[in-house]
Design a protein around this ligand. Structure first.
Ligand SMILES: [Zn+2]
Length: 237
């Protein structure tokens, strides 16, 4: 029986969390391998059906291991695992608390997200990789500084709203998904979109995708697991 004191979650060492932990570590390694994260950034995963989540301890995503994971509840209470949470744990706690539909959160200092967070133009979809975004692009969380307090975490979650992405001015991005695989693929695709938009803008005003055109692409949901399999294969595991 799960203990209420653990936000309904099983013990950190429970076998039922093994697969989620392995996927979380793989997610961190993928974002590092793809050059999206550097020494900083983190991925979290909600423990299904609970107000608890797993994320990496205060280590770089590329250095994540099963032993360097930590479990917190959505108020930041320590529930098990490595003892030091990432500095910006309120990003995950506050977004997961505000969005019951979200099962995973990625926070990165992506070059491309950071670039568009400080430009006077929005990062709007001009490739079907951006089909999960609205036609006018993601909002920007304007407050400068790291998100190390619940107050800032709540403000970030408010800026995210019901969307999949919020850019963070002079900082990076926060991307959510219905699972780890979706959050990671969205994060990578957001970076690819940023790079492509940057190149396109060198030539003038791009022909962005309209809301109707994004709808057309979104209707095609073939091969949902294909991208994840590809990124795992590039890790050489
Ligand atoms: Zn950060």
């Amino acid at each position: 029986m799960a203990s209420p004191s653990r936000a309904g979650a099983p013990a950190f060492d429970a076998a039922e969390l093994d697969e989620l932990k392995r996927t979380l570590v793989t997610a961190c390694h993928i974002l590092d391998h793809e050059g999206i994260t550097d020494g900083y950034g983190h991925v979290s995963a909600r423990v299904p059906g609970t107000a608890a989540f797993l994320t990496i301890a205060n280590v770089s995503p590329g250095c994540a291991t099963l032993e360097r994971l930590i479990m917190l509840d959505c108020d930041g209470k320590y529930l098990g695992g490595a003892e030091t949470p990432p500095n910006e744990w309120p990003i995950h706690a506050c977004v997961l608390k505000a969005r019951p539909d979200v099962m995973s959160v990625c926070h990165t200092h992506s070059v491309w997200s950071t670039l568009f967070s400080v430009l006077p133009i929005k990062l709007r979809p001009l490739h079907h990789y951006g089909k999960f975004l609205s036609a006018d692009g993601p909002p920007v969380y304007e407050a400068a500084g790291l998100v190390r307090t619940v107050e800032r975490g709540k403000a970030l979650a408010a800026a995210l709203g019901e969307g999949p992405v919020v850019l963070m001015r002079a900082h990076g991005d926060t991307v959510v998904g219905a699972g780890i695989e979706q959050a990671v693929q969205r994060t990578i695709r957001l970076a690819k979109l940023g790079e492509l938009a940057h190149l396109a803008l060198l030539h003038g005003e791009p022909r962005y995708l309209s809301a109707d055109e994004l709808e057309t692409f979104s209707a095609d949901e073939r091969f949902p697991a294909r991208g994840w399999e590809y990124y795992v294969s590039r890790l050489g595991k």
